[in-house]
Write a protein that binds this ligand. Structure first.
Ligand SMILES: Cc1cc2nc3c(=O)[nH]c(=O)nc-3n(C[C@H](O)[C@H](O)[C@H](O)COP(=O)(O)O)c2cc1C
Length: 182
């Protein structure tokens, strides 16, 4: 099962990057880190297709069976870096794939708007976004950002378990569909 996790924060020392590292290590997932994989601003010009980082992003996404997207909440939405990355992608990267979403807030009950914002955009990309979702607050990090507290770990475990279940189901259904005469 090839699950790819995106860090949607452009900040090298951002908490979303820390969360992505914690989760990708714990569950042995591939990572796309938008603080390292720097993309140009999408302009629709043909020459952007030659950009190595864009090619890398597209290939990793195309090969994924399922995707986890983690974004910081910036001004009540997902990060601009993440929306820009989505603009380089299309339904062929998301269609029939389960997607789990997480938001990292600055606290004060933030995060939900970034999740809803991602849902709207991911629907337009034909992603099957799970109902379950997780907000991580600064207080959820322990051990100087290298781990998560008990409650947050429990929520993340539940999210990953559900994603794996839907990935298995979706692979099985796609295989059956391909083998049928319909
Ligand atoms: C430009 C900007 C806008 C932000 N807007 C919000 C917000 O609307 N709601 C919120 O909960 N936190 C907000 N924050 C705080 C971030 O969510 C917080 O820094 C969190 O750690 C995730 O961002 P990071 O991965 O870049 O660290 C904002 C931070 C920045 C830099």
């Amino acid at each position: 099962m090839n699950i790819v996790m995106i860090n949607g924060s452009p900040r090298k020392e951002g908490r979303t990057g820390k969360l992505t590292s914690i989760i990708s290590k714990k569950y042995n997932l591939k990572k796309i880190d938008l603080s390292e994989l720097v993309l140009p601003i999408f302009n629709g010009q043909e020459e952007q297709n030659e950009n190595v980082n864009i090619q890398k992003l597209r290939l990793q996404m195309e090969n994924a069976d399922a995707i986890i997207v983690s974004t910081p909440e910036y001004h009540g939405g997902m990060s601009g870096a993440l929306k820009n990355a989505f603009d380089f992608l299309g339904s062929k990267h998301f269609k029939d794939k389960p997607v789990a979403i997480l938001a990292v807030s600055g606290g004060g009950k933030g995060g939900i708007n970034a999740l809803n914002n991602m849902r709207i955009v991911l629907r337009a990309l034909y992603a099957n976004v799970l109902s379950k979702q997780v907000v991580i607050d600064p207080s959820d990090f322990v051990s100087e950002g290298t781990g998560l507290g008990e409650n947050a770990s429990f929520l993340v475990d539940g999210l990953i378990q559900e994603l794996k279940l839907y990935t298995q189901l979706s692979k099985k259904l796609n295989e059956e569909w391909a083998a049928s005469n319909y």
